[in-house]
Design a protein around this ligand. Structure first.
Ligand code: MN
Length: 245
C-alpha cells in the first residue's frame, strides 16, 4: 500500500497587529517540495498533545527571542520580540515531540527553544562573547551567508551529503550550555554552535541557520526538508500499522 503523504506541522510567529499569526511562505514551499502536507500550528493551543496526534513531524520555525527568564539568563537591551504565549506553547511542544519521538526539525529560534525547553541556556547577545567580526547577522532586513562545518559522523552530514555548507544566517543569539541529551554537530568558524541532534531520538535535528530561505535553489538545504518528510513517512506508516491492528 502506498503510504499517505505525511502531515508536517509548522509553528507560527506570535500574534501581531492586524496580521495575526503568520509564517514566511518559504517554510511552506520547502515542505511541499519535499512531498509533505504543511499545516500551521499557532501558539496558544491548550491541547498540544491532541494536536501532535494529527501530525507526522514538526518544524519549529524562526522568529523573535526566547525570554531570558526561561533559562535564568540576563535581560539584555538587544533582546527583542519576546512573546510569552509563543514561548510557553513552543516549550511545551518541544518537550512533547521529544516525549513522543516525533520527527522534528528546529530552525533558528527553534533550536534555541528546543535547548531551553530541555534545560539548556542561551547567549543573550553574540557580539558580547564573540571576538572579532560578528558574522551571523547583517542588517535588520537581510540574511548573511556564512560557512558551517559539520561533524562528519553526524546524521546531518549524512543528510546534506557534505561537511562544509554555506548557510543563510540571521541571529544574534546562540546556544550557551547544551541541554542534557543533545549533541552539537556543527559550528561556525567563530565557534558558535550551529546545529545539534538528539542521539536517543529517532529524528531530531536543530539548525541555527535558515535552510528554508535558500532551499528553492540550493539542493543541499532542501535535503533537510526531504529527510524530515521521509522520517515523517515512516512515522505515518507506523501509526497506520498501529491503528489497523
Ligand atoms: Mn550563524
Amino acid at each position: 500500500m502506498k503510504p499517505r503523504q505525511p502531515i508536517i506541522g509548522l509553528t507560527t510567529y506570535e500574534r501581531s497587529g492586524e496580521v495575526g499569526f503568520s509564517l514566511p511562505a518559504e517554510y511552506i514551499d520547502a515542505v511541499r517540495r519535499a512531498g509533505g502536507i504543511p499545516v500551521l500550528l499557532p501558539p496558544g493551543e491548550p491541547h498540544q498533545h491532541e494536536l501532535l496526534k494529527l501530525v507526522d513531524a514538526v518544524v519549529f520555525t524562526g522568529g523573535g527571542d526566547v525570554d531570558p527568564a526561561l533559562y535564568q539568563g540576563a535581560q539584555h537591551e538587544a533582546v527583542y520580540l519576546v512573546d510569552p504565549e509563543r514561548d510557553s506553547s513552543e516549550v511545551e511542544l518541544a518537550q512533547a515531540v521529544v516525549e513522543a519521538n516525533l520527527p522534528t526539525l528546529t530552525i533558528c529560534r527553534g533550536i534555541q527553544v528546543l535547548n531551553v525547553a530541555l534545560g539548556g541556556t542561551l547567549i543573550e547577545h553574540l557580539p558580547d562573547v564573540v571576538s572579532g567580526e560578528v558574522i551571523h547577522r547583517d542588517t535588520p532586513e537581510g540574511y548573511v551567508q556564512h560557512p558551517i562545518t559539520i561533524e562528519p559522523t553526524s546524521r546531518l552530514a549524512q543528510i546534506v551529503g557534505q561537511t562544509e555548507v554555506n548557510s543563510a544566517s540571521w541571529h544574534h543569539q546562540a546556544i550557551r550550555e547544551l541541554a542534557p541529551g543533545l549533541k552539537v554537530v556543527a559550528y561556525a568558524p567563530d565557534g558558535t554552535i550551529e546545529a545539534l541532534e538528539m542521539p536517543d531520538h529517532p529524528w531530531l535535528i536543530g539548525v541555527q541557520w535558515h535552510p528554508e530561505s535558500t532551499a528553492a535553489d540550493d539542493p543541499t538545504q532542501q535535503r533537510l526538508f526531504n529527510a524530515l518528510v521521509e522520517a515523517a513517512v515512516q512515522q505515518a506508516r507506523q501509526r497506520s500499522n498501529h491503528w489497523s491492528r
